[in-house]
Design a protein. Structure first.
Length: 123
């Protein structure tokens, strides 16, 4: 049998990145609907925010080795996840979320993440 070893790029191919964006966009739409103080003005804003969130998560993971999953990494992952959501509101026009709303959104994303099959995590 062929010995397949996990390398640093495993899980970050273009197909994986596109899947993460699509899943992230769907989850963001659900979370924005359920979270007071969290608004997204249109589908393009939603898609751009999903790209920014996936990109920020990738950069954090690449440079620190830390996986920003709200429940997968405990309190630190939860805080990093909320920070990514909050920071995205400063980067993407039409994506508005307050600090408390970002914390609630990170909690909801963690709950939704736990139900996604096959490791298709949002953050």
């Amino acid at each position: 049998m062929e010995d397949r070893r996990r390398d640093d790029n495993d899980g970050f191919g273009i197909g994986h990145f596109i899947t993460r964006i699509i899943v992230s966009a769907i989850v963001l739409a659900i979370v924005a609907f359920l979270t007071p103080g969290f608004t997204i003005n249109g589908i393009w804003t939603l898609l751009i925010a999903a790209v920014v969130i996936a990109g920020l998560d990738y950069l954090i993971q690449k440079f620190t080795g830390f996986n920003a999953s709200p429940f997968g990494r405990g309190l630190t992952g939860f805080i990093v996840s909320a920070a990514i959501i909050y920071l995205t509101s400063y980067i993407v026009t039409g994506f508005r979320v307050g600090l408390i709303s970002a914390l609630i959104a990170a909690l909801l994303i963690g709950v939704i993440d736990s139900f996604l099959p096959g490791g298709k995590r949002v953050m």
